[in-house]
Design a protein around this ligand. Sequence first.
Ligand code: UDP
Ligand code: MG
Length: 316
Amino acid sequence: MVNRKPPQICIVVPCYNEEEVLRETSRRLQQIVSQLQDSGDIAQGSHVLFVDDGSRDSTWSIIEELAGSHASVKGLKFARNFGHQSALLAGMLTADADAVVTIDADLQDPPEAIAQMVHAFRNGSEIVFAVRDDRKVDSIFKRGSAELYYRVLRLMGVDIIFNHADFRLLGRAAVDALRQFGEVNIFLRGLVRLIGFKHEIVLYRREARFAGETKYTLRKMLALSMNGITSFTILPLRLITVLGFAVSVFAFFAGFWVFVAWLYRADLVPGWTSVVLPMYFLGGIQLLSVGVLGEYLGKSYMEAKNRPRYIIEKTV
Ligand code: UDP
Ligand code: MG
């Protein structure tokens, strides 16, 4: 078994309006950093990097204050809110360390699991996925929709790890691989599966939020899930083709059947159902298909602009 030397790690924490949890999060993360440094599992110089994703509360001033009083705390401020995924990416690409760990600011992901992740890394895994062992703390809606979503993604052929969110460790090589992906709309859960490398899974129990409320509005959740699908599969486009073909074949046989009926029975019922129903049906399918096409077209348009994925205003 390969036994890597203790890595210098950087813990990347995306923060959006997290003033209520930030101090406690910082304390817990620094605690685990110094524990792991003392036990010789990670190298000196390991640190925490808070990424302020355009918060409107006092998040940034708390980060500045923490960075001022602790050598192992750094900060990075976005010029506006770019979203969780962009904040994670910025943190990982900015960090200069042997391994990067990404973790939510709200302490739902227990910092203690980082010890296991570092252990797996030192044993030769380039990527370590933290996977939650159950979803007890989630609302029924969140649990149900998440489960359904993972299933749909899998069905569409997107390689994704069940119940793994964005709590993971990436070695420097994996981060450099990620750097090569140019897409603007990122879905890290899917991207990380595309880069390969030896990986390992670490189980953990997800806690309730330490304080504050979820920063993932329904709108943000929907945007993320659409992105997950359209970034990784064109199956919906193919389904349209299949559907169009199936409906055409059906229409052909229906026409044939009407013709035969007409040959044998002169007095056909002049039903409007046979005229109106197919109109609604086909109209619906056409609108849906145009909508799906539009999703992808719109996405290529947005990607073609090649806008920056984030803009850093300042760092501490
Ligand atoms: N977050 C972010 N930008 C956003 C929304 C959320 O950086 O636009 C961060 C947030 O501060 C937290 C993490 O993403 O650290 C996960 O968000 P949250 O805990 O609110 O989501 P939930 O756990 O409810 O899915
Ligand atoms: Mg959370």
